[in-house]
Write a protein that binds this ligand. Structure first.
Ligand code: NAD
Length: 266
């Protein structure tokens, strides 16, 4: 599979270059950057922190989409609709990890997915997506006699809480139970809270140091407790998941897919 990377000089772009170069099944075919970015013309291998590979970052996205079987986009929402148009024009599959998509971007992805495979996920880590699937399955098999609590820890610089992934885990648990998260979530407990209410899904947030991201889903029953934990130690996990999604599109019909499709959890 010939893979192109959009935004190849970004934090994730460089990780993606490295993940493609590390993959035995993927061939790096090119990388795009903002036309006026200092990295345009730089060797993609050097951007990835490895040796030169003889391919330069380009300001011309059209050429990269034309050469690639699949393009991975971890950039910014304003670019996504244009990338969908290029993917459709060249019959290129598209992997979108960019977050903060607006309704119009989602509509563009839906439209593009009528013509080419489109995989989009706000968290492309294989482990987190497995954890989401497992959480849904366990919640579906346990009744409200098992209290669900979600604990997450991140580095001291994180500005939002609970994390988007913790909320996604809460939604997965709620889906498994057949309820809506907003109707059952306890996001904060402080002071005289009274006993825990049955059927609630609780969140606890820890912050400190340089923790990349840790999430635990607890199912606490009478006499036993199940805990599902994921610990991230490197952002490379998102890049590896995206490359796995890119390889998975080989021979797929057009359609809108998520990581649960890629991992066979759908
Ligand atoms: P970043 O700002 O470091 O990288 C974005 C890159 O896009 C920059 O290098 C920028 O110059 C480039 N860019 C801007 N305009 C461009 C253009 N016209 N053509 C080509 N490139 C252009 O950001 P980041 O930390 O790498 O994150 C990128 C996105 O990925 C964010 O939305 C972030 O939330 C998301 N993200 C998703 C996951 C996931 O698993 N889905 C994981 C981590 C980050």
């Amino acid at each position: 599979m010939n893979i192109g990377i959009a935004g190849c000089a970004g934090r994730m772009g460089r990780m993606l270059l490295r993940a493609v170069l590390d993959s035995a099944e993927a061939t790096l075919i090119g990388g795009t950057e903002r036309e006026d970015h200092a990295a345009v013309g730089s060797d993609l291998g050097v951007l990835a922190g490895a040796g030169p590979v003889g391919l330069a970052a380009r300001g011309d996205a059209d050429a990269v989409f034309a050469a690639a079987d699949v393009v991975i986009d971890f950039t910014t929402p304003t670019l996504v609709a244009g990338h969908v148009r290029l993917a459709v024009a060249h019959g290129t599959a598209l992997i979108v990890g960019t977050t903060g998509l607006r309704a119009a971007d989602e509509a563009a992805l839906d439209e593009g997915a009528r013509h080419v495979p489109v995989v989009q996920a706000a968290n492309m880590s294989i482990g987190v997506n497995l954890l989401l699937g497992l959480t849904r399955q366990v919640a579906a098999r346990l009744d409200a006699g098992y209290d669900i609590e979600i604990v997450e820890m991140h580095h001291r610089h994180k500005v939002d809480a609970p994390s988007g992934t913790a909320l996604a885990l809460g939604r997965a648990a709620a889906e498994g139970r057949g309820v809506v998260l907003d109707a059952v979530s306890d996001r904060i407990r402080d002071g005289l809270t009274g006993p825990r209410r049955s059927g609630r899904i609780g969140f606890a947030t820890l912050r400190g140091g340089d923790v990349v991201g840790e999430h635990t889903v607890i199912f606490a029953g009478e006499g036993e407790r199940i805990e599902l934990t994921h610990r991230a130690t490197s952002r490379l996990i998102f890049a590896r998941g995206a490359v796995r999604a890119a390889l998975w599109t080989d021979g797929r019909p057009p359609g809108r897919y998520g990581m649960d499709d890629v991992l066979g959890l759908a």
